[in-house]
Design a protein around this ligand. Structure first.
Ligand code: AMP
Length: 370
């Protein structure tokens, strides 16, 4: 796997003692088996609550500390002392917006409607995926697609019947916790910070917070992330392990784009016929593919499309089911990572753990009992 970086593996727990196949169990020692019929007839069997282990308690304690931290910090706190903000006017041609994003090494930008002097939502890779879908359904309309401006994105989205441009935002003085909850509710991977002038009610876009920036802020400032010592395999479903969307190197890139849109996901692992992970196609990869409003590269296979990636592509991050969230947070602190591909010892795909999953777990795990 070229350029791959692996999250440090956690020290693994001692293996279970081998089962003594010949031992005969006494009736009182026999385990109770639950059959599917038990579920049908009685609903879910009520299992006695398992006593929390010291590691469980430490994990919950770590999560509580992170949440308490997010409740007393505001969106302003995440911003660096100096930063740039690129805001695009909705009158801009879609193809020009692509070039601006590429030239500035960014993948999203807030939109500004200069006719009404208002914030007009956040432009993200999902919007470009929609333009591509539109073009694919109306290949004869290339001349029209070429003239699309950012303010026509809403019409495209309406005609495709897909999720419209993201308009969720947060005031800079609201707690970060609220920004996180809003992101989770909207399934957004970033949220614009928008200030409103009390007198004029005019909006000002201050910046955009991404999931990565947020989780990195936590990783850098909350040393209690070290308390998250339960291995992934012991956590109830953090990440996705079933019905994974995957593709092969010779899959047409358009098929992968359809998967990204249909499942509202930001990446598709590329595997070989044995399930070994070879690469990952990310939704941001489409930006280079349709650079300058030229759609010919959409006919490529995934393998050829990935060759167009820029030299500074940071690589793929992997982890195993033995890794702990503390290690995952360590990796987030050190590197610009957006997802971990979960693999086994033979590099076979097991699942996907994205920043959305980590954020959701960090905010919501056990929350109903709080
Ligand atoms: P993302 O948009 O990549 O942050 O992912 C949103 C949700 O979709 C998370 O719960 C991921 O675990 C899940 N997910 C991401 N990629 C895939 C994939 N290729 N197949 C199935 N689920 C995925």
């Amino acid at each position: 796997m070229s350029g791959a970086d692996t999250a440090d593996s956690a020290t693994s727990a001692p293996p279970n003692p081998p089962s003594a196949a010949n031992d005969v169990l006494q009736p009182h020692e026999r385990p109770t088996f639950v059959t599917p019929r038990d579920f049908l007839e009685q609903g879910r069997p009520v299992l006695p609550p398992r006593a929390l282990t010291a590691v469980d308690k430490e994990q919950l304690d770590g999560l509580r500390t992170i949440r308490a931290f997010l409740k007393v910090r505001t969106s302003y706190d995440v911003l660096p002392l100096s930063y740039r903000l690129i805001v695009l006017d909705t009158a801009l041609l879609v193809k020009k917006s692509l070039n601006i994003l590429i030239q500035n090494g960014i993948v999203s930008a807030p939109l500004w409607d200069s006719k009404t002097s208002t914030f007009a939502g956040l432009l993200t890779t999902s919007d470009y995926l929609n333009v591509i879908q539109y073009y694919w359904q109306n290949p004869d309309a290339l001349a029209r697609v070429d003239q699309f401006r950012l303010n026509s994105l809403r019409d495209i989205e309406k005609s495709l019947g897909v999720t419209p441009i993201e308009t969720v935002s947060i005031h800079p003085e609201r707690p970060l916790y609220e920004a996180c909850r809003k992101m989770l509710e909207a399934r957004a991977r970033r949220i614009p910070i928008v200030d409103i002038d009390d007198e004029t009610r005019r909006t000002t876009v201050v910046s955009v917070i991404t999931q990565y920036r947020l989780l990195k802020f936590v990783a850098v400032n909350v040393k209690e992330t070290q308390k998250l010592r339960k291995p992934l395999k012991e956590l109830v479903k953090v990440g996705t392990y079933d019905n994974l969307a995957t593709a092969y190197m010779d899959t047409p890139v358009m098929d992968v784009i359809h998967m990204l849109v249909k499942k509202s996901i930001s990446s598709v692992p590329i595997i070989d016929k044995q399930g070994t992970v070879l690469n990952v196609f990310e939704s941001v990869d489409v930006i280079t593919l349709i650079k300058g409003g030229i759609y010919d590269d959409l006919n490529l296979t995934v393998g050829d499309a990935l060759l167009k990636r820029s030299e500074d592509f940071p690589g793929i991050y992997t982890c195993s089911m033995q890794d702990q969230l503390s290690t995952i947070y360590d990796t987030i602190r050190r590197s610009r990572v957006h997802r971990f591909i979960v693999i086994d010892d033979d590099n076979k795909l097991k699942g996907v753990l994205t920043l959305s999953d980590i954020l959701e777990y960090t905010l919501l795990e056990g929350e109903e009992n709080e």
